[in-house]
Design a binder for this molecule. Structure first.
Ligand code: SAH
Length: 241
């Protein structure tokens, strides 16, 4: 069903994801309608397929972004705090900011990306794509930081309602589990490159009990060493808009 969702416009794409039953929550749909993928994808922004961002990175397919947002939806309430690890294009930071940030008030989204060129590009696209983008960056409600995200927010010290991980890792780091609130949830692809990978939904309940659920098979780029990515090119591709 997923591949049938492609369209020639952002609205057409989101309508197709909705009609196909991939986007189910009106909050997710409304947030995705507010963020034009053309500001984040370097080609075919409304095709339901991943696009190459350069340097071994890629913006995930719209249906994959939709699954991630649906999985985290109840933890993406206005005023909540969110971490996006391997933020790449910045697209999910933008969509999640529509769900949690109340300008000038509560709500925080932090994107971590280890390739500095992409951190800067994500931030620039965020600013261009959203009418309040610059304001959210200036008041610190949205941050793009360059760091290795495998241990979550560098140095810890912040707890998140939701953590999205955009690359596959062989084992779930305990530090990520430590950085979610009770209740809170992590969406994370688990598996080695070249091996079968599965998305896990890791949920901490009000009492702090952690439950891990294997969801579906996927194919993500690795959440790994920076050197691996730098070997794959030295240029990022600019978005369509
Ligand atoms: N979710 C993003 C990008 C997915 S690709 C989007 O849809 O646009 C995965 C991203 O994770 C890549 O941009 C890659 O550079 C980044 N990444 C890989 N390993 C990382 C690490 N150890 N720390 C931080 N970012 C990492």
């Amino acid at each position: 069903m997923a591949w049938r969702c492609s369209s020639s416009s952002n609205k057409g794409l989101i309508d197709n994801l909705w009609q196909g039953g991939i986007v189910k929550s009106p909050r997710v749909r409304d947030a995705m309608l507010q963020v034009d993928r053309g500001y984040f994808a370097p080609g075919n922004p409304y095709a339901d397929a991943p696009q190459d961002l350069g340097m071994g990175s890629r913006i995930s397919a719209p249906h994959m972004h939709s699954y991630a947002l649906e999985s985290l939806e109840e933890y993406l309430k206005p005023g909540n705090s969110v971490l996006d690890i391997g933020s790449g294009s910045g697209y999910l930071v933008a969509v999640m900011s529509r769900m949690v940030c109340q300008p000038g008030k509560e709500g925080k989204v932090i994107g971590i990306e280890h390739i500095n060129e992409l951190t800067l590009l994500g931030q620039q696209s965020f600013k261009k794509a959203l009418p309040d983008g610059q304001q959210l960056l200036e008041n610190g409600q949205v941050e793009f930081i360059s760091a290795d995200g495998r241990q979550g927010y560098p140095g810890g010290g912040i707890l998140f309602d939701a953590i999205h991980v955009g690359g596959a890792i062989p084992v779930v780091p305990q530090e990520l589990i430590n950085q979610i609130k009770s209740p809170g949830r992590i969406f994370i692809p688990v598996g080695d490159a070249g091996e079968p990978q599965y998305v896990y939904e890791i949920t901490k309940d009000e009492k702090g009990t952690v439950n891990s659920e294997k969801k579906f098979g996927v194919s993500y780029v690795p959440l790994g060493e920076k050197e691996f990515y730098y070997r794959q090119g030295s240029k990022v591709h600019m978005p369509v808009k």
